[in-house]
Structures are given as structure tokens and as C-alpha cells.
Unconditional design. Structure first.
Length: 172
């Protein structure tokens, strides 16, 4: 990995002095040649994991946090792939019901004989009208996007993700 010699920021193939250099320039040029254009090879401690390994671990942490779910109206909902699919399906049905005139506080919008309920991560039933079901799906999408962007920010840090990438402070 190459970094700018003056800032230590990771070089990502940007033009230098209006010249485009190949991405593998670090393999082709000597340290002296790199220094002439303001680049250097990043130094890593021998026991430090490679940036590639850390990026994969950040991706795994992102996926774990997405699956662990989110809080919506005081309830915890899981967001594993199968949960996401269920939520999205019910949200589409709820959206169609709203388009067909179903109003808030109508808990029979799904044409069932019992009021519609969705189960929390702890298997507690929560009654939901159609607008609430759509809002649950929106909250899930926002949760997923927040985790994706947090992971991207960690991977984009100069020198790669920090060793403490799994700390909650990086994901809020």
C-alpha cells in the first residue's frame, strides 16, 4: 500500500502532478523513485494483520451488526437476511393496502381475521397498522445503510481500519 509521504494518507490512484500512474507502481518503482513523486510504501508492524484481512473482518462485523438488528418504537427487531425479506414483504403488502385506502390504526389491513402482529427479536408480538409496518421496513433500511457506511468509513481510514474496529464507537 502506498501513502503520501507528507501526510501518510493512503494513495488511491489519484493523479500526481497531472500524471496518472499505474495502481501497481509500488511494485515497479524503487523507494527513491516513489519519493520523487511524494509517495512511500506504508510501514506495518510485523504482528499487525494485513489491511486486506482487517477489511474482511470489518465486513464480517458489519454483517453481524446488520443481522443483530435495530430498535424501532422501543422494540428490538432482528435483521438477518430472512428477517429482512419478511419485513420487506409485509411492507410491500402494507404499502399496497395504504394505496387501496387503508388508514392508520386499522390492524386488519392484511385481510386476516386477527389484528396484524409482527414478532420482535424476542418473539414478542407487536400489533402494527400498515403505516407502522412500512415505517419498520424504512427503519431497517436505514439501519443497514448506517452499518454499510460505518464499515466504509473504517476501511477508508489512512492505513486501513483500526485494530479496535469492532468497538461500538465506530458503529454509532
Amino acid at each position: 500500500m502506498l501513502v503520501y509521504a507528507d501526510t501518510g494518507e493512503r494513495w488511491r490512484g489519484q493523479r500526481i502532478n497531472n500524471i496518472a500512474h499505474p495502481p501497481n507502481i509500488g511494485l515497479l518503482w524503487s523507494d527513491e523513485q516513489l519519493a520523487k513523486i511524494g509517495l512511500k510504501k506504508a510501514q506495518k508492524a510485523q504482528n499487525q494483520q494485513s489491511e486486506r484481512d482487517l477489511n474482511a473482518e470489518v465486513t464480517n462485523e458489519r454483517d453481524r451488526r446488520i443481522a443483530d438488528g435495530f430498535t424501532f418504537q422501543g422494540y428490538s427487531f432482528q435483521f438477518r437476511p430472512q428477517d429482512k425479506a419478511r419485513i420487506e414483504t409485509w411492507a410491500r403488502i402494507a404499502g399496497a393496502a395504504i394505496n387501496n385506502g387503508v388508514k392508520a390504526n386499522d390492524f386488519h389491513w392484511h385481510n386476516g381475521s386477527e389484528p396484524f402482529v409482527y414478532l420482535t427479536g424476542g418473539n414478542d408480538p407487536v400489533a402494527m397498522d400498515a403505516p407502522t409496518m412500512v415505517a419498520l421496513a424504512n427503519a431497517g433500511a436505514i439501519h443497514e445503510q448506517n452499518m454499510i457506511m460505518a464499515a466504509r468509513a473504517l476501511k477508508d481510514q489512512p492505513g486501513g481500519p483500526p485494530a479496535d474496529y469492532a468497538n461500538d464507537e465506530h458503529w454509532t
